[in-house]
Design a protein around this ligand. Structure first.
Ligand SMILES: [Zn+2]
Ligand SMILES: [Zn+2]
Length: 379
Protein backbone atom coordinates (compact mmCIF):
# COMPACT_ATOMS: atom_id res chain seq x y z
CA UNK A 1 0.00 0.00 0.00
CA UNK A 2 2.73 2.38 0.99
CA UNK A 3 4.52 1.44 -2.15
CA UNK A 4 1.53 2.27 -4.31
CA UNK A 5 1.15 5.64 -2.66
CA UNK A 6 4.76 6.36 -3.16
CA UNK A 7 4.53 5.59 -6.87
CA UNK A 8 1.46 7.75 -7.32
CA UNK A 9 3.37 10.68 -5.95
CA UNK A 10 6.01 10.47 -8.63
CA UNK A 11 5.43 13.20 -11.20
CA UNK A 12 5.20 12.19 -14.83
CA UNK A 13 8.47 12.80 -16.58
CA UNK A 14 8.41 13.32 -20.37
CA UNK A 15 11.73 11.49 -20.53
CA UNK A 16 9.84 8.31 -19.53
CA UNK A 17 7.90 8.35 -22.77
CA UNK A 18 8.73 5.43 -25.01
CA UNK A 19 10.74 6.45 -28.02
CA UNK A 20 12.18 4.00 -30.48
CA UNK A 21 15.96 3.99 -30.88
CA UNK A 22 16.86 6.31 -33.73
CA UNK A 23 18.04 4.40 -36.79
CA UNK A 24 21.82 4.62 -37.03
CA UNK A 25 23.00 7.01 -39.72
CA UNK A 26 24.82 4.78 -42.22
CA UNK A 27 28.49 5.63 -42.66
CA UNK A 28 29.50 6.59 -46.17
CA UNK A 29 31.29 3.74 -47.93
CA UNK A 30 35.09 3.77 -47.61
CA UNK A 31 35.56 4.59 -51.30
CA UNK A 32 33.90 7.97 -50.79
CA UNK A 33 37.00 9.21 -48.99
CA UNK A 34 37.54 12.12 -51.37
CA UNK A 35 40.37 10.44 -53.26
CA UNK A 36 40.44 9.83 -56.99
CA UNK A 37 38.72 6.58 -57.94
CA UNK A 38 40.27 5.18 -61.09
CA UNK A 39 38.88 1.96 -62.50
CA UNK A 40 38.76 -0.26 -65.55
CA UNK A 41 36.30 -2.74 -67.00
CA UNK A 42 37.61 -6.18 -66.09
CA UNK A 43 36.69 -9.66 -67.27
CA UNK A 44 34.55 -12.07 -65.25
CA UNK A 45 35.59 -15.06 -67.36
CA UNK A 46 36.28 -18.07 -65.19
CA UNK A 47 35.38 -16.68 -61.80
CA UNK A 48 33.42 -13.49 -61.16
CA UNK A 49 35.49 -12.72 -58.04
CA UNK A 50 38.61 -12.93 -60.22
CA UNK A 51 37.56 -9.63 -61.83
CA UNK A 52 38.35 -7.94 -58.51
CA UNK A 53 41.89 -9.31 -58.36
CA UNK A 54 42.37 -8.29 -61.99
CA UNK A 55 41.39 -4.68 -61.21
CA UNK A 56 43.76 -4.61 -58.25
CA UNK A 57 46.64 -6.09 -60.29
CA UNK A 58 46.10 -3.43 -62.94
CA UNK A 59 46.56 -0.71 -60.32
CA UNK A 60 42.92 0.40 -60.15
CA UNK A 61 40.95 1.22 -57.00
CA UNK A 62 37.54 0.96 -58.70
CA UNK A 63 36.11 -1.32 -61.39
CA UNK A 64 33.36 -2.12 -63.82
CA UNK A 65 32.20 -5.60 -64.80
CA UNK A 66 29.41 -7.40 -66.57
CA UNK A 67 27.54 -9.61 -64.13
CA UNK A 68 26.81 -12.18 -66.86
CA UNK A 69 27.74 -12.69 -70.50
CA UNK A 70 26.97 -9.33 -72.19
CA UNK A 71 26.11 -10.59 -75.65
CA UNK A 72 23.87 -13.55 -74.86
CA UNK A 73 20.34 -13.82 -73.60
CA UNK A 74 20.70 -15.66 -70.33
CA UNK A 75 19.52 -19.26 -70.56
CA UNK A 76 17.60 -19.95 -67.40
CA UNK A 77 18.84 -18.96 -63.97
CA UNK A 78 21.17 -16.03 -64.07
CA UNK A 79 21.09 -15.48 -60.35
CA UNK A 80 24.43 -15.61 -58.67
CA UNK A 81 24.63 -18.28 -55.97
CA UNK A 82 24.54 -16.75 -52.49
CA UNK A 83 27.88 -18.28 -51.58
CA UNK A 84 29.55 -16.85 -54.71
CA UNK A 85 28.04 -13.41 -54.08
CA UNK A 86 29.20 -13.47 -50.45
CA UNK A 87 32.71 -14.48 -51.50
CA UNK A 88 32.70 -11.68 -54.09
CA UNK A 89 31.63 -9.03 -51.57
CA UNK A 90 34.20 -10.22 -49.05
CA UNK A 91 37.02 -10.18 -51.60
CA UNK A 92 36.04 -6.71 -52.74
CA UNK A 93 36.08 -5.39 -49.19
CA UNK A 94 39.46 -7.01 -48.68
CA UNK A 95 40.89 -5.30 -51.74
CA UNK A 96 39.29 -1.94 -50.86
CA UNK A 97 37.83 -1.47 -54.34
CA UNK A 98 35.03 1.01 -54.96
CA UNK A 99 32.80 1.97 -56.45
CA UNK A 100 31.75 -1.26 -58.11
CA UNK A 101 30.03 -0.49 -61.40
CA UNK A 102 28.10 -3.09 -63.37
CA UNK A 103 27.40 -2.55 -67.06
CA UNK A 104 24.18 -4.02 -68.36
CA UNK A 105 23.82 -6.55 -71.17
CA UNK A 106 24.21 -5.15 -74.70
CA UNK A 107 21.13 -6.99 -75.98
CA UNK A 108 18.71 -5.23 -73.63
CA UNK A 109 16.60 -2.69 -75.51
CA UNK A 110 13.89 -1.15 -73.37
CA UNK A 111 12.92 1.12 -76.29
CA UNK A 112 12.19 -1.73 -78.70
CA UNK A 113 8.77 -1.47 -80.35
CA UNK A 114 8.81 -5.28 -80.71
CA UNK A 115 6.72 -6.82 -77.93
CA UNK A 116 8.77 -9.98 -77.50
CA UNK A 117 12.02 -8.06 -77.47
CA UNK A 118 10.57 -5.63 -74.96
CA UNK A 119 9.38 -8.35 -72.59
CA UNK A 120 12.78 -10.06 -72.76
CA UNK A 121 14.54 -6.77 -72.14
CA UNK A 122 12.46 -5.93 -69.08
CA UNK A 123 13.06 -9.41 -67.64
CA UNK A 124 16.79 -9.19 -68.38
CA UNK A 125 17.01 -5.73 -66.84
CA UNK A 126 15.24 -7.02 -63.74
CA UNK A 127 17.81 -9.83 -63.55
CA UNK A 128 20.59 -7.22 -63.90
CA UNK A 129 19.18 -5.37 -60.89
CA UNK A 130 18.91 -8.55 -58.83
CA UNK A 131 22.51 -9.57 -59.61
CA UNK A 132 23.79 -6.04 -58.96
CA UNK A 133 22.15 -5.97 -55.53
CA UNK A 134 23.44 -9.44 -54.64
CA UNK A 135 27.02 -8.45 -55.59
CA UNK A 136 26.72 -5.26 -53.55
CA UNK A 137 27.26 -3.04 -56.59
CA UNK A 138 27.01 0.72 -56.26
CA UNK A 139 25.96 1.47 -59.83
CA UNK A 140 24.30 -0.30 -62.74
CA UNK A 141 25.16 1.50 -65.98
CA UNK A 142 22.49 1.11 -68.64
CA UNK A 143 22.38 2.08 -72.29
CA UNK A 144 19.04 3.81 -72.78
CA UNK A 145 17.97 1.84 -75.86
CA UNK A 146 17.18 2.31 -79.54
CA UNK A 147 13.75 3.27 -80.84
CA UNK A 148 14.18 1.30 -84.12
CA UNK A 149 11.99 3.79 -85.94
CA UNK A 150 9.72 4.73 -83.06
CA UNK A 151 9.50 8.49 -82.43
CA UNK A 152 12.03 9.62 -79.81
CA UNK A 153 9.43 10.74 -77.21
CA UNK A 154 7.80 7.29 -77.47
CA UNK A 155 11.17 5.57 -77.11
CA UNK A 156 11.94 7.68 -74.03
CA UNK A 157 8.58 6.86 -72.44
CA UNK A 158 9.11 3.14 -73.16
CA UNK A 159 12.61 3.17 -71.62
CA UNK A 160 11.40 4.85 -68.43
CA UNK A 161 8.37 2.57 -68.19
CA UNK A 162 10.53 -0.50 -68.82
CA UNK A 163 12.96 0.46 -66.07
CA UNK A 164 10.11 1.01 -63.62
CA UNK A 165 8.58 -2.34 -64.49
CA UNK A 166 11.94 -4.08 -64.10
CA UNK A 167 12.44 -2.41 -60.71
CA UNK A 168 9.04 -3.35 -59.36
CA UNK A 169 9.34 -4.83 -55.89
CA UNK A 170 13.13 -4.34 -55.80
CA UNK A 171 14.95 -3.30 -52.67
CA UNK A 172 17.80 -1.24 -54.07
CA UNK A 173 19.94 -0.92 -50.95
CA UNK A 174 22.79 1.31 -52.07
CA UNK A 175 22.38 0.56 -55.77
CA UNK A 176 21.74 3.33 -58.29
CA UNK A 177 20.90 3.02 -62.00
CA UNK A 178 23.03 5.25 -64.22
CA UNK A 179 21.82 6.08 -67.73
CA UNK A 180 24.79 6.33 -70.09
CA UNK A 181 24.96 8.94 -72.82
CA UNK A 182 25.46 7.52 -76.31
CA UNK A 183 27.23 8.49 -79.52
CA UNK A 184 23.87 8.45 -81.32
CA UNK A 185 24.56 5.47 -83.58
CA UNK A 186 21.48 4.44 -85.54
CA UNK A 187 18.32 5.10 -83.56
CA UNK A 188 20.06 5.07 -80.15
CA UNK A 189 18.46 7.37 -77.61
CA UNK A 190 20.70 9.38 -75.29
CA UNK A 191 23.12 11.32 -77.49
CA UNK A 192 21.37 14.52 -76.37
CA UNK A 193 21.41 15.31 -72.66
CA UNK A 194 17.78 16.46 -72.87
CA UNK A 195 16.80 12.87 -73.72
CA UNK A 196 18.53 11.55 -70.61
CA UNK A 197 16.91 14.30 -68.57
CA UNK A 198 13.50 13.19 -69.85
CA UNK A 199 14.23 9.56 -68.81
CA UNK A 200 15.27 10.72 -65.32
CA UNK A 201 12.12 12.82 -64.97
CA UNK A 202 9.94 9.83 -65.84
CA UNK A 203 11.76 7.58 -63.34
CA UNK A 204 11.77 10.02 -60.42
CA UNK A 205 10.64 7.23 -58.06
CA UNK A 206 13.83 5.20 -58.72
CA UNK A 207 17.39 5.87 -57.54
CA UNK A 208 18.80 7.20 -60.81
CA UNK A 209 21.85 9.01 -62.10
CA UNK A 210 24.02 9.44 -65.16
CA UNK A 211 27.19 7.92 -66.59
CA UNK A 212 29.03 10.22 -68.97
CA UNK A 213 31.23 8.54 -71.56
CA UNK A 214 33.91 10.87 -72.97
CA UNK A 215 34.12 9.04 -76.31
CA UNK A 216 30.33 9.01 -76.76
CA UNK A 217 30.11 12.70 -75.83
CA UNK A 218 32.73 13.59 -78.44
CA UNK A 219 31.25 11.28 -81.09
CA UNK A 220 27.82 12.81 -80.46
CA UNK A 221 29.23 16.20 -81.43
CA UNK A 222 30.39 17.90 -78.21
CA UNK A 223 33.91 19.20 -78.75
CA UNK A 224 35.42 18.41 -75.38
CA UNK A 225 38.95 18.75 -76.80
CA UNK A 226 39.03 22.52 -76.21
CA UNK A 227 38.68 24.39 -72.94
CA UNK A 228 35.67 26.37 -74.21
CA UNK A 229 34.08 23.26 -75.66
CA UNK A 230 34.41 21.43 -72.35
CA UNK A 231 32.88 24.35 -70.43
CA UNK A 232 29.99 24.48 -72.87
CA UNK A 233 29.44 20.73 -72.56
CA UNK A 234 29.55 20.78 -68.75
CA UNK A 235 27.07 23.65 -68.73
CA UNK A 236 24.77 21.65 -71.01
CA UNK A 237 25.03 18.62 -68.70
CA UNK A 238 24.36 20.77 -65.65
CA UNK A 239 21.37 22.51 -67.21
CA UNK A 240 19.75 19.20 -68.12
CA UNK A 241 20.56 16.18 -65.92
CA UNK A 242 22.64 18.13 -63.38
CA UNK A 243 26.37 17.50 -62.88
CA UNK A 244 25.72 16.33 -59.31
CA UNK A 245 23.94 13.29 -60.76
CA UNK A 246 26.93 12.24 -62.87
CA UNK A 247 28.39 9.58 -60.57
CA UNK A 248 30.61 7.84 -63.10
CA UNK A 249 32.61 8.95 -66.11
CA UNK A 250 33.72 6.44 -68.70
CA UNK A 251 37.12 7.73 -69.76
CA UNK A 252 37.82 6.57 -73.28
CA UNK A 253 39.64 8.15 -76.17
CA UNK A 254 37.79 8.01 -79.51
CA UNK A 255 38.90 6.34 -82.69
CA UNK A 256 36.33 8.28 -84.73
CA UNK A 257 36.00 12.01 -85.37
CA UNK A 258 33.97 14.68 -83.61
CA UNK A 259 30.29 14.18 -84.37
CA UNK A 260 30.88 10.84 -86.18
CA UNK A 261 28.02 9.16 -84.27
CA UNK A 262 30.14 6.01 -84.51
CA UNK A 263 31.17 4.46 -81.21
CA UNK A 264 34.79 3.23 -81.31
CA UNK A 265 36.90 3.47 -78.19
CA UNK A 266 40.65 4.06 -78.31
CA UNK A 267 43.52 3.88 -75.84
CA UNK A 268 44.18 7.00 -73.76
CA UNK A 269 46.14 9.51 -75.83
CA UNK A 270 45.97 7.53 -79.09
CA UNK A 271 42.60 8.85 -80.26
CA UNK A 272 40.92 12.00 -81.51
CA UNK A 273 40.27 13.38 -78.01
CA UNK A 274 43.87 13.14 -76.88
CA UNK A 275 45.72 13.02 -73.61
CA UNK A 276 45.67 16.75 -72.93
CA UNK A 277 41.90 17.09 -73.26
CA UNK A 278 41.30 13.97 -71.15
CA UNK A 279 43.61 15.38 -68.48
CA UNK A 280 41.58 18.60 -68.49
CA UNK A 281 38.41 16.57 -67.94
CA UNK A 282 39.78 14.49 -65.05
CA UNK A 283 41.17 17.55 -63.30
CA UNK A 284 38.19 19.82 -63.91
CA UNK A 285 37.04 21.30 -60.58
CA UNK A 286 33.42 20.43 -61.40
CA UNK A 287 34.27 16.79 -62.21
CA UNK A 288 36.96 15.74 -59.75
CA UNK A 289 36.30 14.01 -56.41
CA UNK A 290 36.37 17.45 -54.79
CA UNK A 291 33.05 18.20 -56.52
CA UNK A 292 31.45 14.80 -55.80
CA UNK A 293 33.02 12.32 -53.40
CA UNK A 294 33.50 8.90 -54.90
CA UNK A 295 32.90 10.00 -58.48
CA UNK A 296 34.68 7.35 -60.53
CA UNK A 297 36.65 7.43 -63.76
CA UNK A 298 36.37 4.09 -65.50
CA UNK A 299 38.28 2.92 -68.58
CA UNK A 300 36.63 0.89 -71.33
CA UNK A 301 39.61 0.94 -73.63
CA UNK A 302 40.64 -1.77 -76.10
CA UNK A 303 43.54 -4.11 -75.41
CA UNK A 304 45.36 -4.23 -78.72
CA UNK A 305 48.59 -5.32 -77.08
CA UNK A 306 49.00 -7.13 -73.77
CA UNK A 307 49.55 -4.49 -71.10
CA UNK A 308 47.41 -1.80 -72.76
CA UNK A 309 44.97 -2.21 -69.86
CA UNK A 310 47.66 -1.63 -67.23
CA UNK A 311 49.14 1.26 -69.19
CA UNK A 312 45.76 2.98 -69.53
CA UNK A 313 45.18 2.76 -65.76
CA UNK A 314 48.65 4.23 -65.21
CA UNK A 315 47.89 6.97 -67.76
CA UNK A 316 44.85 8.09 -65.77
CA UNK A 317 46.78 8.16 -62.48
CA UNK A 318 49.45 10.16 -64.23
CA UNK A 319 46.86 12.61 -65.59
CA UNK A 320 45.59 13.30 -62.06
CA UNK A 321 49.14 13.73 -60.81
CA UNK A 322 49.54 10.53 -58.79
CA UNK A 323 52.93 8.92 -59.37
CA UNK A 324 53.61 5.19 -59.27
CA UNK A 325 54.73 5.31 -55.68
CA UNK A 326 51.46 6.81 -54.43
CA UNK A 327 48.98 5.03 -56.72
CA UNK A 328 47.60 1.56 -55.95
CA UNK A 329 50.39 -0.84 -56.83
CA UNK A 330 50.01 -2.61 -60.15
CA UNK A 331 51.58 -6.03 -60.70
CA UNK A 332 54.52 -5.66 -63.07
CA UNK A 333 53.78 -7.10 -66.50
CA UNK A 334 50.19 -8.05 -65.66
CA UNK A 335 47.51 -7.83 -68.34
CA UNK A 336 44.02 -9.24 -68.89
CA UNK A 337 45.20 -10.69 -72.17
CA UNK A 338 48.28 -12.81 -72.31
CA UNK A 339 48.89 -12.15 -75.94
CA UNK A 340 48.55 -15.76 -77.02
CA UNK A 341 47.92 -15.82 -80.72
CA UNK A 342 44.52 -17.22 -81.49
CA UNK A 343 43.95 -18.45 -85.04
CA UNK A 344 42.99 -15.43 -87.19
CA UNK A 345 39.41 -16.59 -87.70
CA UNK A 346 38.80 -16.75 -83.95
CA UNK A 347 39.93 -13.19 -83.28
CA UNK A 348 37.62 -10.17 -83.15
CA UNK A 349 36.99 -8.43 -86.51
CA UNK A 350 39.06 -5.55 -85.25
CA UNK A 351 42.01 -7.78 -84.31
CA UNK A 352 41.70 -9.48 -87.70
CA UNK A 353 41.91 -6.15 -89.53
CA UNK A 354 44.91 -5.11 -87.42
CA UNK A 355 46.68 -8.39 -88.15
CA UNK A 356 46.02 -8.18 -91.92
CA UNK A 357 47.36 -4.63 -91.94
CA UNK A 358 50.45 -5.72 -90.04
CA UNK A 359 51.13 -8.49 -92.54
CA UNK A 360 50.54 -6.10 -95.46
CA UNK A 361 53.00 -3.60 -94.02
CA UNK A 362 55.57 -6.30 -93.29
CA UNK A 363 55.33 -7.35 -96.95
CA UNK A 364 55.91 -3.77 -98.06
CA UNK A 365 52.29 -3.08 -98.95
CA UNK A 366 49.98 -0.77 -97.02
CA UNK A 367 50.88 2.25 -94.99
CA UNK A 368 52.71 2.16 -91.69
CA UNK A 369 51.20 4.40 -89.06
CA UNK A 370 53.33 7.13 -87.53
CA UNK A 371 56.69 6.00 -88.83
CA UNK A 372 55.89 2.38 -88.27
CA UNK A 373 55.68 2.81 -84.52
CA UNK A 374 52.34 1.05 -84.31
CA UNK A 375 53.23 -1.65 -86.75
CA UNK A 376 55.94 -3.49 -84.89
CA UNK A 377 54.21 -4.96 -81.93
CA UNK A 378 56.41 -5.25 -78.89
CA UNK A 379 54.76 -8.24 -77.33
ZN1 LIG B 1 28.25 1.55 -72.20
ZN1 LIG C 1 30.84 3.74 -71.94
Amino acid sequence: MADLLHRAELPYDVEDEYRPEPAPIPLPPAWQDGSFRIGIHTSIAGDIAGSLDTAAKLGANALQIFSASPRMWPRGGTRIADADAARFRERRAGLGLGPLVIHDNYLINLASPDRVMRARSIQAFHDELVRAVSLGADFLVAHPGAGMGAPVPQAIADIADGMRQAARGMKFGGLRILVENTSGMGSAVGSRFEEIQAILELTADLPMGVCLDTAHTFEAGCDITSEEGLEKTLDAVDRTVGLARVYVLHVNDSRTALGSRVDRHENIGDGKIGRKALGRILNHPRLGPGALRGRAFILETPIDKPGDDRRNVRALWELVGVDEEHAPKAEAGFSMTRGEKKPLAQRTPRAQRAQRKKVAVAKGRGKARKGGKKVKSKI
